[in-house]
Design a protein around this ligand. Structure first.
Ligand code: NIG
Ligand code: FE
Length: 412
């Protein structure tokens, strides 16, 4: 053939495409072709339009290995200074997350450590966390700000997030979370802080191209609906999509609020109400479930999975990687926990870390295996998709990661 032949053709693959009607969109004895960073062809090997060697410059047999879309972690706070291991101890001794937060621990203690860290230190501390996620199959990673709560540190966090992506060859999407906690210096001036976020920080950071989406923590220990609305209005003016930490510890009807703004996602949702679900369904807002936080906080109230299913709300699953409530460094384990703790099926959990996670970031060019999508693939030392949820721990399961057609890691 000529110059138009494919760059690479993988044969004898078990393909979990997440397209079509079959469970997992599974294609046994599959073939997948990559060209110029995109998927060029997907199907059964015996349907290939010619002899493999004539079709592609490089042909490789995978001996039946499982291939999935690269995983998408759509909710993390992985750039931060310090750690909060001591709070783990306090919680095991009976203190609640809210009590620790109200006593000056929690988010604001990570804020102090993050403000104190220079860009290099922040980068160096965050890099192993991003590497750990990548080593377990992640090719697109969302990272939130929100441990700076003043312009310089918020900027530094977002810059470090971008730099992690460039360094590791990952696609990082950065989310501005200025309304994460009230910084101590604004203790007596909530309104002043919300104004700083809406009128200065967000427009400036957006103008620098550092913001892909806007998030807030709508909660008793976070921000009210009215305050959340202010930052959403500003995001809308700037043409930025919104998402929300909603109904994690109580029901402030945040899901309906973010749905009103046609938000990408409402995240956590243990206390989600029936009306919140209906609003999300109508708006197409994704429900992002975060079993790591549920587990680490030893929560008992489950997100309303049956009702989300019944209303056809797309469900995603993410690590929520953060130092306080979810020090979780494996998206595959998050998917497994979504099965054991929240009773998702393995197929739902895996759709939740691929196609629905991409949707929660507003991305329709990934999360599945289909012609024209980005060539983001994970090749596993496994045969069946459910095994991705079934094995607990064990990083060496990833055989190769391909991001936009480039092979990133071969741990075989
Ligand atoms: O998603 N809930 C608010 N934000 C994080 C926790 C951040 C922290 O405790 O440092 C979450 O759980
Ligand atoms: Fe979070």
């Amino acid at each position: 053939m000529n110059a138009s032949r494919w760059d690479r053709l993988l044969l004898d693959a078990t393909l979990a495409t997440f397209r079509g009607d079959r469970p997992y969109g599974l294609i046994e004895d599959g073939a997948i072709a990559l060209q110029d960073g995109r998927i060029a062809w997907v199907g059964r090997r015996d349907e290939l339009p010619g002899a493999p060697d004539a079709l592609a410059a490089q042909v490789q047999s995978l001996d039946g290995a499982l291939v999935t879309p690269g995983l998408v972690d759509c909710h993390t706070h992985l750039v931060f200074g310090g750690d909060r291991a001591h709070e783990f101890d306090l919680r095991l001794n009976g203190a609640s997350y809210e009590e620790i937060a109200r006593a000056g621990g929690g988010i604001v203690s990570t804020v102090a450590a993050t403000r104190a860290a220079g860009e290099e230190a922040l980068f160096r501390q965050s890099l192993p966390r991003a590497r750990a996620l990548l080593a377990d199959g992640v090719t697109t990673l969302e990272i939130k700000s929100g441990y700076g709560l003043e312009p310089e540190t918020e900027r530094r966090m977002l810059r470090v997030a971008r730099r992690l992506g460039e360094t590791l060859g990952l696609d990082v999407r950065s989310t501005f979370l200025g309304l994460h906690a009230l910084p101590v210096e604004y203790r007596d001036d909530r309104d002043g802080y919300v104004a700083l976020v809406c009128d200065q920080m967000l427009p400036a950071l957006a103008a620098e191209g550092l913001v892909d989406a806007v998030d807030a923590f709508c909660e008793g220990i976070g921000f009210t609906r009215a305050e959340t609305r202010r930052v959403f209005d500003r995001a809308r003016q700037l043409g930025l999509p919104v998402k929300l930490h909603a109904e994690q510890l109580s029901d402030l009807d945040g899901a309906a609020l973010v749905a009103e703004y046609r938000g990408l996602s409402a995240d956590h949702l243990e206390h989600l109400s029936a009306s919140g679900i209906a609003a999300m369904a109508a708006a197409g807002t994704v429900a992002v479930l975060l079993p790591g936080a549920f587990y680490a906080l030893r929560e008992t109230r489950l997100p309303p999975v049956d009702a989300l299913r019944a209303h056809g709300v797309p469900i995603a699953v993410a690590t929520d990687c953060n130092p306080g409530t979810s020090p979780l460094l494996s998206l595959r384990l998050a998917a497994g926990m979504a099965c054991t703790l929240f009773r998702l099926t393995p197929e739902e959990a895996l759709r939740g870390v691929t196609v629905n996670a991409a949707r929660a970031l507003g991305l329709d060019d990934r999360g599945a295996l289909a012609p024209g999508l980005r060539a983001d693939l994970a090749v596993w030392h496994l045969r069946q998709p459910a095994e991705l949820c079934y094995w607990i721990g064990g990083h060496g399961l990833l055989r190769e990661l391909v991001i936009e057609g480039r092979s990133m890691a071969a741990t075989a």
